[in-house]
Design a protein around this ligand. Structure first.
Ligand SMILES: [Zn+2]
Length: 534
């Protein structure tokens, strides 16, 4: 059997990804992300630019116990001074990483316009910088910025630039599509040309997603011979993002075309950490995960409609390209009023609820779903509320917070710009009456903070609810006129990274929100196996 060639995965979430508008990782967050990437098993973690800001400098000052190699980033030396006297290069050397990645210009237009130096000076900056790091025993990688645009504009010069680094001992030359405008067939052709000069096992690819082709361009480059991939988690990156490693990694490991030729440091069984790794980044960024993300999105393996569901029941291959568990995701069966018994059974199965398929309670559940959908509920996107409904019917969910009554007051002084809301919730826990009060900029916020700000008051349930987070809140008015019904959908999460959706419906928006919120709390308590209220 032919030996499989290795593809190296180089993550740049903490460097190029952090260029994104609104992203500013703290030192702790950088450490958490590095640990997560290390657990996934990437080869290289580009962690930042030592000397550029205190966070990056501090990051490199610490010691880590990682299997992945940390990479320090910087740019080629400045014109008019030697590499030894360039403070930027010194900061990188002082960070003491085994590997360094240095970006330099390869597009003559940029050399003229952005740097304002001669083409020869730029070549010298590249070769001198390479020599400097090779002499200091670093694994040297050269990020050839704007390589594809440079190649199209002045092929000879772009190639001279990468030769300047390669001839001085660079381990990797990474071809960058910095503006993200190159298309997959162009990437394939250009990389095939470059491979004639520099061997593929020395070539990397770094793409941006400005034509939604960053992943496709990466795969094309591999097909043409490149053997290192640079990208970020969830495609994080400025403008339209970088190549998404969360999509590329499972494609390389699971799709026969690549699987038969290549191996990665990441083993197939590490993939079951992929979904968690992707969601951790969203959690750190306080962003709502993309439900439709390939492989890891919560809708990536969800099925709706009787026909699809009964086919998936017979064999998941009918509507799934891979088994969701391989990437740590799960199948979800969307329940709607079009659904019959097969949807319900399949949904119960995915929730791991064991019940005989002829159990009369299944028809009862189906009736309840239909009745509730008639008044405006939709369990399509409310998996946790569906699970609670089912388990309550099966007597598996104890009573937790006993809410006896709640009051909400909204008030505004006309000469005041703020509208204030206050909520008061009367609870009974283990026979004790408790009153929780909260304020907020809106009534729902006030109800939420009445519970959240009084965690210590709510006795044995407080600890379970500490890390509960509301990610998103959506309101929909179902019919027009004075009899309008409001449907509220809440998306929640906690420190484990799991995400659940709950729903509430009522003619009153506060009551609809309250029900959705209470389901979210009940679901969290159920998930944590909290004890019953006595
Ligand atoms: Zn980039």
């Amino acid at each position: 059997m032919r030996e499989l060639e290795k593809i190296y995965i180089f993550d740049t979430t903490l460097r190029d990804g952090s260029q994104t508008q609104g992203v500013n990782f703290t030192l702790d967050e950088k450490i958490r992300i590095s640990e997560s990437l290390n657990k996934l098993g990437v080869d290289y973690i580009e962690a930042g630019w030592p000397g550029a800001n205190p966070t990056d400098t501090n990051f490199f000052n610490k010691k880590y116990n990682l299997n992945s190699s940390l990479v320090a980033f910087g740019m080629t030396k400045k014109s008019g001074r030697s590499a030894d006297n360039d403070p930027g290069l010194s900061a990188i050397l002082n960070s003491n990483t085994k590997s360094v990645c240095i970006v330099g210009k390869t597009w003559d237009f940029h050399v003229d316009v952005a740097l304002g130096i001669t083409k020869e000076e730029n070549l010298e900056n590249i070769s001198e910088t390479t020599k400097h790091f090779v002499k200091n025993k670093r694994e040297f990688m050269f990020d050839a910025e704007h390589f594809f645009d440079g190649y199209k504009n002045n092929k000879d010069y772009a190639l001279q630039c990468i030769r300047a680094a390669y001839d001085e001992g660079a381990t990797w030359i990474i071809l960058c599509d910095t503006n993200g405008g190159t298309l997959p067939f162009e990437v394939e052709k250009i990389v095939s040309d470059v491979v004639k000069i520099i061997p593929g096992n020395k070539l990397g690819i770094h793409t941006h997603n400005d034509t939604e082709n960053a992943v496709a361009n990466t795969l094309s480059a591999i097909n043409a011979g490149a053997r290192q991939i640079q990208g970020t988690l969830n495609g994080l990156g400025e403008r339209c993002g970088n190549a998404n490693l969360v999509s590329i990694i499972p494609t390389l490991l699971l799709k026969d075309f690549f699987k038969k030729k290549f191996k990665l440091k990441i083993k197939e069984n590490n993939l079951n950490y992929l979904t968690e790794c992707s969601r951790l980044l969203d959690e750190i960024l306080n962003r709502k995960p993309n439900n439709h993300a390939a492989y890891v999105g919560s809708s990536a393996f969800s099925h709706k409609g009787g026909l699809h569901v009964s086919a998936v029941e017979k064999n998941p291959k009918t509507y799934e390209h891979i088994n969701p568990e391989i990437v740590g995701n799960r199948r979800s069966v969307v329940v709607s009023d079009q659904s019959g018994k097969s949807n319900i059974l399949s949904r119960l199965d995915s929730l791991k609820i064991k019940i005989d398929k002829n159990d009369p309670r299944i028809s009862k559940l189906l009736d309840q779903v239909k009745d509730r959908e008639f008044i405006g509920y939709s369990y399509d996107g409310a998996d946790a509320s569906f699970e609670l409904l089912t388990r309550r019917l099966l007597n598996q969910v104890p009573d937790y917070l006993k809410i006896k009554k709640y009051e909400v007051r909204v008030h505004k002084n006309l000469d005041d710009i703020d509208i204030n809301s206050e909520a008061k919730i009367h609870l009974n826990i283990d026979g004790k009456d408790i009153v929780c009060e909260g304020t907020g900029n809106g009534p729902v916020h006030a109800i939420d903070s009445a519970i959240r700000k009084n965690i210590s008051k709510i006795g044995k349930y407080g600890d379970y609810l500490k890390d509960l987070k509301l990610l998103d809140y959506k309101v929909r008015i179902l019919n027009t006129g004075t009899n309008a019904t409001t449907r509220v959908l809440i998306e929640s999460s906690d420190n484990s990274g799991s995400i659940w959706y709950t729903i509430g419906v009522s003619p009153n928006i506060i009551e609809a929100s309250f029900r959705a919120l209470l389901d979210s709390i009940d679901y969290k308590l159920f998930k944590e196996k909290a004890p019953a209220n006595i």
